[in-house]
Design a protein around this ligand. Structure first.
Ligand code: HEM
Length: 161
């Protein structure tokens, strides 16, 4: 395993695998609960790799998945580059703060790419909080003619071994 690039050393507490549960809602769909796994790694270059997959809590069917990268362009700043199988690419930019025993990340979309068959998504915002071995996040989106509205909240825990 190469050494973590010093430019992303501040993100070291995110490295590893995470598992937990979330709740999703949006004005146009029934609410739902989901199980989630996240893997965050590195290859010694100045970015972290990120992949996520979810399943429905009720019957285990696959729901959303996404994969991408985390980058730190300047102190206190973070960029997310994500691809989703729903025909969406998402670039988010925002702030990273190092807090006691954790991290806080707040980003908003600066660019969203949509394939011809993707649903209309015009804005996203995501916030992440890491405290010790607990990772929480929230996602809001503007989509299908609904303004920026809460879609997801989840809590995951670090998996060991
Ligand atoms: C943990 C991650 C996520 C889960 C579990 C999840 C789950 C769901 C589910 C179950 C639905 C309703 C059924 C469906 O259309 O497939 C839905 C709808 C939707 N989701 Fe998510 N989602 C996630 C993340 C996202 C993200 C990151 C985006 C945008 C980038 C997004 C955009 C949408 C849109 C546009 C709809 C359709 C709303 C409509 O048609 O009225 N979702 N999501």
């Amino acid at each position: 395993m190469p050494e973590l690039h010093p430019d992303v050393a501040v993100l070291a507490p995110l490295l590893g695998t995470w598992a937990g549960t979330g709740h999703g809602e949006y004005p146009t769909i029934p609410s739902f609960d989901y199980l989630e796994e996240i893997a965050i790694g590195h290859v010694g270059k100045p970015f972290l790799t990120y992949s996520q997959r979810t399943r429905a809590t009720d019957d285990g069917r696959p729901l959303h998945a996404e994969t991408g990268y985390l980058r730190l362009p300047a102190p206190g700043r973070i960029e997310l580059v994500l691809a989703q199988p729903t025909g969406v690419t998402e670039i988010d930019e925002g702030t990273l703060s190092v807090e006691h025993d954790g991290l806080a990340i707040q980003v908003a979309s600066t660019s969203i790419g949509l394939t011809g068959s993707a649903k209309s998504i015009t804005a996203l915002s995501r916030s992440f909080g890491l405290t010790g071995d607990e990772l929480t996040y929230r996602v809001a989106m503007a989509a299908v003619d609904v303004p920026l509205t809460h879609h997801l909240a989840a809590t995951l825990h670090r998996q060991r071994g």
